[in-house]
Design a protein around this ligand. Sequence first.
Ligand code: SF4
Length: 371
Amino acid sequence: MKSDSTDIDESKIVLLQWSNMRRVTAIRRAILKWHQKIERDLPWKEGRDPYKIWLSEIIMQQTRVEQGTPYYLRFVEAYPDVSDLAAAEIDEVMKLWQGLGYYRRAQHMHQAARSIVDKHNGIFPDTYQEILDLKGVGPYTAAAISSFAFGLPHAVLDGNVIRVISRLEGITEPISTNTVQKHLKQTAAKLLDEKAPGDFNQAMMDFGSLHCSPHRPSCKTCPCQVHCQAFQKNLVSEIPKKTAKKPKRIRFFYYILVNDVNNVWLRKRPSDDIWAGLYEFVLVEKSKKTNWSQILKEVPYPLELLHVSAERKHELSHQTIVTAFAETNLLEPTQQSDYLSISRSTLSNYPYSRVMDWYLSDKAVTLNLQF
Ligand code: SF4
């Protein structure tokens, strides 16, 4: 039966016999046994503190554990509990987040901390729905926090779990369709060990991340091999099936450092675009490569060009940002309200995108900027 244009024919999905409880139990046991051998000591697992688990889950979204762990440790040290995070200034939080990317996560995390203090007297909520209501928390994160911290029976469905289940089930349809998503959710819930949901969720995520990995899954030594439809049908490399990605949008960011006597100009980026809330120099954005003489003509300030940097490409998930920087002197005092005029000595106090940080940190590409 076709339900709508984005759905698929449900009859095409090869369903495992999840009603066959012996089979479900065998897969569950195999994954738990595998996990006992590899269990990793992760700092946020100690004590099942929901605040620390929440911090780690937000930080680790779209981030490898090795990259995210130092950030997690810095956040816990700066804000030992949720009221410390709620009391912090957003610029301070963004500065600590700098370099991790997906900056909206930090803004939402800060808003959620404030709502926990306002609505829950600073006590982390302990129901799935209340956790899901926090800013920046979706079904995956709510399931992870509620099962890890409170032992609630909610199955996580992240990219790793989706890969494991879709291979076990041999689903050859695109995983983004509504029907497949529904099946994945139902299957994850049936497979969940309700006596120890947190441990089982962690085992599934680790199994997907370390064993049933995207490109070189360890099928030869897999304890689920006999149950795996993808393996039995020689379809492992084709599952999970993803829909083709749209081509990335390319944007050209021409940044102008304006030296205003001993100050430089900075502004906070608007909230409706990438890097919202981070600081930047005067920006001229173009849709194609443009030379500096043209760029400077478009700036309504009298500037003397001192130095230009090479171009640098920065890849985001849906966009490619090509950046270049020019350092300039302001030739006459100018009234403007768009930018803060700040002392050079305070430049390092502000949070920046990775491209701004690259420019400010690499003395080889700057002429006379000291900070
Ligand atoms: Fe994943 Fe291979 Fe095991 Fe199937 S047999 S669950 S594809 S590792």
